[in-house]
Write a protein that binds this ligand. Structure first.
Ligand SMILES: [Zn+2]
Length: 198
């Protein structure tokens, strides 16, 4: 006649994800994606994280970071230039690899440091790399056009600034500015410091 009332749900026990201690039912706990933490462990972890974030921006070896950035810039410029030579299309979107390669180079060579100064360095190297690469690309087209016209022509691999401007500026168009902006944004973004959410 009496039906069995459903057993009251056992309160599932929760352990601190860090120290493994059983948390009392009324104890303050901090729920995160990685589980629940007791307040002591949570404060410790937060302090550790804060220290890690501080060290990411300290003791930065800028010369090494510069080497990494320049290597990335050379690599990115070669990719863009190579793409252009193979396809015969000056496809500016490929230039985005310059921004990524420079940003990665700076980050890797600085020992995965992140700081405002590295961001500025990265963006500056990317800017120079972009303009040097656009010189290489344009130079290839000019030399090819000259050769097709049966004319001899030479352009140095490393131009002086005046020659460089004369070669690059006629072909520079509005959308090149857009690509340049994307390149700079990539290079700027990659070494950005990680911030602790408040
Ligand atoms: Zn704990």
């Amino acid at each position: 006649m009496a039906t069995n009332p459903p057993a009251p749900a056992e309160p599932t026990e929760t352990r601190c994800a860090e120290c493994g201690r059983l948390l009392a039912a009324d104890e303050t706990r901090i729920e995160t994606e990685d589980g629940a933490f007791c307040t002591t462990c949570f404060e410790n972890l937060k302090a550790q994280l804060r220290r890690a974030i501080q060290t990411q921006s300290s003791d930065i070896n800028y010369p090494t970071a510069l080497v990494g950035g320049v290597l990335g810039g050379v690599l990115g410029a070669l990719v863009w230039w190579g793409f252009t030579v193979i396809t015969s299309v000056s496809f500016g979107l490929v230039a985005i690899v310059i921004g990524i390669a420079v940003g990665k180079g700076v980050t890797i060579f600085s020992g995965h440091k992140r700081a405002r100064g590295l961001q500025a360095l990265s963006a500056a190297v990317a800017l120079v790399s972009f303009f040097y690469a656009s010189y290489l690309v344009t130079r290839t087209f000019i030399l090819r056009a000259l050769a097709e016209a049966g004319q001899e022509g030479t352009l140095p691999l490393f131009p002086d600034p005046e020659l460089w401007i004369r070669v690059v500026s006629p072909g520079f168009q509005m959308f090149d500015l857009v690509f340049l902006a994307i390149v700079l944004w990539q290079a700027w973004k990659i070494p950005a410091p990680v911030r602790l959410a408040p």
